[in-house]
Design a protein around this ligand. Structure first.
Ligand SMILES: Cc1cc2nc3c(=O)[nH]c(=O)nc-3n(C[C@H](O)[C@H](O)[C@H](O)COP(=O)(O)OP(=O)(O)OC[C@H]3O[C@@H](n4cnc5c(N)ncnc54)[C@H](O)[C@@H]3O)c2cc1C
Length: 291
């Protein structure tokens, strides 16, 4: 049986308390959210924090609201709560699409949105969904609050801009008219990490795409996004030809690597095909033609 190394444990009673604990215990302290990623890494000695700061009691970080034209998601919101949220599904169907295929009910019941983003696994599903939606991350630290675009949040595999002593507290997504979104994933089996996945968010102006966001995961896309394909789509007709060409561009610009989930050329093919499918479904939803 794998057992983590000895670790101190502190239970935070408020966000201020969590920040004070992080300041007190320094860079070797780690936030414990759902623990679904951190605890296995500790068992394998891939992470060896000296102190865990448990934020699970912080109800103030567990919410989904529509406020000032934005969907706001507290960092401690569980995957299952996001999946259950009617507001999230109504405004951003991509979030429900993605949550339906993340892991299994046990992981979804306790794993958190913030923990997923901060883990920064290069195959993480929500990172691609939030990149497609061009979300904003709210980070709190000893010097106050700062906001970071989703596409600047991840600095590399397993790395984010959240510094020692800071806490991701909220994710915000602007609600704009004329939008639709969707997520498409291929995994080896139900509930598995993706071999490849793509998310699309579109905003239509008549028969054209006014703006598009495309998120990719597990295929080596920079910042989980397909910026060149988005650029191509701006002002393009919302047609099959555009969706297919955008898929090709997305595939050309990502850098998948071969691993136990599949060869690089297959992942590149998935990037193209799944981008095309996600765009097709997002546009249908924007037109009110698909659930
Ligand atoms: C069997 C299994 C299958 C899975 N399948 C998938 C899948 O298909 N797709 C997918 O995307 N994911 C998958 N996951 C990952 C799962 O979604 C994450 O493990 C989990 O949601 C991470 O959240 P957590 O709350 O458990 O984070 P934790 O494990 O508690 O934390 C992860 C990291 O984030 C840090 N952290 C947590 N919250 C904060 C915060 N608010 N501010 C700053 N740092 C923070 C922690 O210190 C730690 O470094 C799977 C996991 C398991 C165990």
């Amino acid at each position: 049986m794998q057992v983590p190394a000895y670790v101190e444990y502190e239970k935070a009673t408020s966000v201020e308390h969590a920040l004070a604990l992080l300041a007190r215990f320094g860079p070797e302290a780690r936030i414990l959210a759902g623990g679904h990623s951190l605890i296995p890494m500790m068992k394998l000695r891939l992470a060896q924090p000296e102190t865990l700061v448990d934020i699970n009691g912080l109800g103030e970080l567990c919410y989904l609201t529509v406020t000032d034209g934005e969907l706001r998601i507290g960092t401690l919101t569980r995957h299952a709560q996001l999946l259950d949220s009617a507001a999230a599904g109504r405004h951003f169907a991509i979030l429900h699409d993605a949550e339906q295929v993340i892991a299994d009910p046990v992981v979804r019941n306790w794993g958190t949105v913030g923990g997923s983003l901060c883990q920064a696994d290069p195959s993480e599903d929500l990172s691609a969904a939030f990149a497609a939606l061009k979300a904003t991350m709210i980070i709190r630290g000893p010097d106050g609050i700062r906001t970071v675009p989703a596409r600047e949040f991840h600095t590399g595999p397993y790395e984010t801009v959240v510094a020692d002593g800071e806490l991701l507290t909220e994710i915000r997504i602007a609600i704009r008219p004329g939008g639709g979104s969707a997520y498409e994933k291929v995994g080896r089996r139900v509930g598995d990490w993706p071999v490849g996945a793509a998310g699309a968010a579109v905003w239509l102006a008549g028969d054209s795409i006014a703006e598009a966001g495309i998120g990719l995961t597990a295929v080596g896309a920079q910042h989980f996004a397909a910026a060149e394909a988005e650029e191509f789509l701006r002002g393009a007709p919302a047609t099959e030809a555009s969706f297919g060409r955008a898929g090709q561009i997305a595939a050309e610009h990502c850098r998948p690597s071969s691993d136990q989930r599949g060869p690089a050329d297959y992942k590149r093919h998935l990037a193209s095909e799944l981008t095309t499918r996600a765009l097709r479904r997002a546009v249908r939803r924007a037109r009110g033609m698909d659930a």
